[in-house]
Design a protein around this ligand. Sequence first.
Ligand code: T5A
Length: 228
Amino acid sequence: MSEIAGQRPSGRGRFITFEGGEGAGKSTQIKRLADRLSAAKLRTVVTREPGGSPGAEIMRHLVLSGMGKLLGPEAETLLFAAARDDHVRTVIQPALNQGAWVLCDRFADSTRAYQGSLGRVPIGLISAMQRVTIGDLRPDLTFILDLPVEIGLQRAAARRGSGTPDRFESEDLRFHQGLRDAYRKIAAEEPARCVLIDANADVDTVAERIWTALRDRLLPTPASVVSI
Ligand code: T5A
């Protein structure tokens, strides 16, 4: 039987976030990791932002439709913050309190990169909103999936088919290059929390890179892994 010793069922679980530009492969890799953790008998909760709770999914609809953009960068950032507040209170924190491993597709780094670096919303305002929405909550580990923007956009377009690009997919190439730079900067500034993953490879190879990093960071002693 596959099993990982050292799980803390009565303590706080683990909070792992996935970040990156459009079409980087976050959803694909979260599913892979969730399957692997579940096979190792760890309770996992997969969620996403914007969204992840009924209230936050309403906000998701607003921002991805482009309605938030019409209100201006600060107001659009407030919509993301309101969604995060509901998501953290009703989904993420309760799951962590029950010892689950929470895998979240985007979190606060998305606000820093999209609204902060690219949207020019002052970092002081973003930090103030963050104090309200997430308090002391920080991911134990953040995977930043990195790949050339053209490849990510091609993947996103192929998946979308004849559908319309959303609010952020519609931005120009310079925006997406800036986004990639912003994420690389976050990874460089916070190496204890963030791992930059080269996502320009096939799904299995990227999944293995993520698994290796997770094992090194969160399951540090070989003795803690009984068999996987
Ligand atoms: N946002 C979000 C903000 O501006 N501020 C915030 O605070 C927050 C939280 C959310 C948008 O909101 C913005 C950022 C976003 O623009 P979304 O619809 O949730 O939008 O979309 P994204 O999070 O951007 O995610 P995507 O759906 O674009 O891409 P993923 O999840 O990174 O990629 P995935 O796994 O769906 O893969 C895309 C396609 O590529 C294929 C997949 O099969 C799929 O078809 N693929 C690969 N192909 C080849 N090789 C690989 N290794 C592949 N991996 C996946």
